[in-house]
Design a protein around this ligand. Structure first.
Ligand code: FES
Length: 170
C-alpha cells in the first residue's frame, strides 16, 4: 500500500518535472541581457508614470481653478477697486476697473515681503504701504520700491453684467 502511494507520488513528480522543467543550477543566474531588459523596462515604466503624474497634476490643477462669480459689473466703477479671494479663501486678490474702463485683477500679496497691496486712485497703480512698493495696472509689474517681481495676474471675464475670475496665472 505504501509502495503504491510512493509510486503514485513519483509519477506525479515526474509528470510535473516533465511539464515544467527547471534547471536548478541556472535558476539564480540572471544574464546581462535580462538585467538590461529589466532596467530598460523599469526606466520606461518610471518615465511613463512620471509623465502620467505630471499630466494628472496639471489636469487637476486647472480643474481646481473654476470660474468664480465675483460680483456685478455695475458695482465696480471706473477708477475703483474691489477685493476678493481666488482660487481659494486663502488667496486675497484685488480687481481694478481703470479710468478708461478696463478690468484687471492681481494677487493682493506683494511680491516683496507679502504685505497687502491696495489701489492708489491718485496714482492709478497698486501700492504696497509696507515699503512703498508700487505696481502698474497694465501687467502688475513693479515700478517703484523694493519689489522686483510682478504680481500674479487673475484672469477676469465679464458676461451678462457679471464679473467672473477664471484663472490665476503664475
Ligand atoms: S512688502 Fe510690499 S514693498 Fe515690501
Amino acid at each position: 500500500m505504501n509502495d503504491q502511494e510512493t509510486c503514485t507520488s513519483c509519477k506525479q513528480a515526474k509528470k510535473w518535472r516533465d511539464d515544467f522543467p527547471v534547471e536548478w543550477e541556472g535558476d539564480n543566474y540572471v544574464t546581462r541581457r535580462e538585467m538590461v531588459k529589466f532596467l530598460t523596462l523599469g526606466s520606461l515604466f518610471l518615465a511613463v508614470a512620471s509623465w502620467a503624474t505630471a499630466f494628472a497634476s496639471k489636469f487637476l490643477h486647472s480643474g481646481s481653478q473654476n470660474r468664480q462669480l465675483l460680483g456685478l459689473s455695475d458695482d465696480l466703477k471706473p477708477n475703483g477697486s474691489a477685493l476678493f479671494r481666488y482660487p481659494t479663501a486663502k488667496d486675497p486678490c484685488i480687481a481694478v476697473r481703470t479710468a478708461d474702463g478696463k478690468l484687471v485683477a492681481y494677487s493682493q500679496v506683494c511680491t516683496h515681503l507679502s504685505c497687502a497691496v491696495v489701489y492708489d486712485k491718485s496714482e492709478q497703480s497698486l501700492f504696497c504701504p509696507c515699503h512703498n512698493g508700487r505696481f502698474n495696472l497694465e501687467q502688475g509689474a513693479p515700478i517703484a520700491g523694493p519689489p522686483t517681481r510682478p504680481l500674479p495676474r487673475i484672469k477676469l471675464v465679464e458676461s451678462n453684467g457679471r464679473i467672473y475670475a477664471t484663472e490665476r496665472e503664475a
